[in-house]
Design a protein around this ligand. Structure first.
Ligand SMILES: CC(C)(COP(=O)(O)OP(=O)(O)OC[C@H]1O[C@@H](n2cnc3c(N)ncnc32)[C@H](O)[C@@H]1OP(=O)(O)O)[C@@H](O)C(=O)NCCC(=O)NCCS
Length: 278
């Protein structure tokens, strides 16, 4: 029997065990952030009394994100993933969400298609060691007074008010926020976070001019570290910059949407915030 219940901080060891088995990059800080952002919208499935899977959601107004769909390898293909997604959808609908979005792995995609999700675009997950590249003039450390302006830019580009997520990320690692300003307004920002396997670079939202500067800056600051970055295939400039500067495609993710379509301006999305929240 499958029973889906709310996730609590006590389930973090389960979450960490499942992501470890799947070879994913999340840390305890990531799981804590998912629970802080949506304490009532993260779920665990128990199969015959034993914990078997997880899912997280996050409400950004009319848009909801689903992430961390993970089922223990020994308990897959028994309907656990489907029950978790149904519960996530029920929760998001109860919050008035009109668009549900996610980044699908090839394993998850058929399940999501069957539940009404449609493909939007692919992202490339690239990985490799960062090294110092050319000058990044005009990039400066971001501070509290830049947060609102960065969130406004992010909203224009993603068509989603992700302020709650962004402010949480900026607050967690204030020293990692970098911005490019024009006339006091943020025209590009980037931050990073630690991962279990690699430094995660993103989100990075920026104009065509600011994007390469922000990437060059992070490549230089974190030279020698192994990193992951998720770049939309539709942003050819970002993809070629990242490949030219030493990273290789590890796999692709498919961004999907259910309900009202939400579209990003992908030419200004230089790096996703991660598969959990786009
Ligand atoms: C993707 C994932 C979460 C699916 O979980 P799951 O519990 O296996 O999902 P379900 O059992 O509900 O459905 C999976 C398939 O099994 C089938 N299935 C469900 N119950 C079944 C049963 N009793 N017998 C046989 N097949 C069954 C479903 O029809 C579905 O088939 P389809 O994908 O070909 O349409 C799981 O494979 C996983 O954790 N993968 C690794 C992490 C990952 O990639 N997550 C997705 C991130 S987007």
């Amino acid at each position: 029997m499958i029973r889906v219940r709310n996730m609590t901080f006590e389930d973090m060891t389960l979450g960490l065990r499942l992501k470890q088995k799947a070879g994913w990059n999340q840390t305890p800080a990531d799981w804590a952030r998912f629970l802080v952002l949506q304490p009532d919208g993260c779920f665990v499935a128990d199969l015959d009394g034993a914990p078997a899977g997880t899912v997280t959601t996050c409400v950004f107004g009319a848009v909801g994100w689903v992430g961390m769909m993970l089922v223990d390898p020994g308990q897959r293909r028994r309907g656990v993933g489907r029950e978790l997604m149904l519960r996530a959808l029920e929760f998001l609908e109860s919050k008035g969400v009109r668009s549900v979005r996610l980044d699908a792995t090839p394993m998850g995609e058929p399940l999501y298609r069957g539940l009404g999700f449609v493909p939007q675009f692919h992202l490339s997950r690239l990985e490799g060691e960062l090294h110092a590249v050319g000058e990044a003039r005009g990039v400066e450390p971001g501070c509290r007074e830049h947060w609102e302006s960065a969130a406004r830019l992010d909203r224009e580009v993603t068509n989603t008010d992700r302020r709650r997520l962004l402010f949480e990320l900026f607050h967690e690692r204030p020293g990692e926020l970098r911005v490019v300003l024009r006339g006091g307004t943020v025209v590009g920002f980037l931050t990073t976070r630690r991962g279990a396997r690699a430094l995660y670079v993103g989100p990075c939202v920026a104009t065509a001019e600011a994007g390469p500067l922000l990437l060059a800056d992070v490549w230089r600051r974190h030279a020698g570290k192994f990193a992951f970055i998720d770049v939309p295939l539709g942003n050819a400039a970002a993809l070629s910059w990242v490949k030219r500067n030493g990273l290789f495609e590890q796999r692709q993710l498919l961004r999907m949407c259910r309900g009202e379509k939400v579209e990003e301006c992908v030419s200004q999305l230089w790096a996703s915030s991660g598969p959990e929240k786009g």
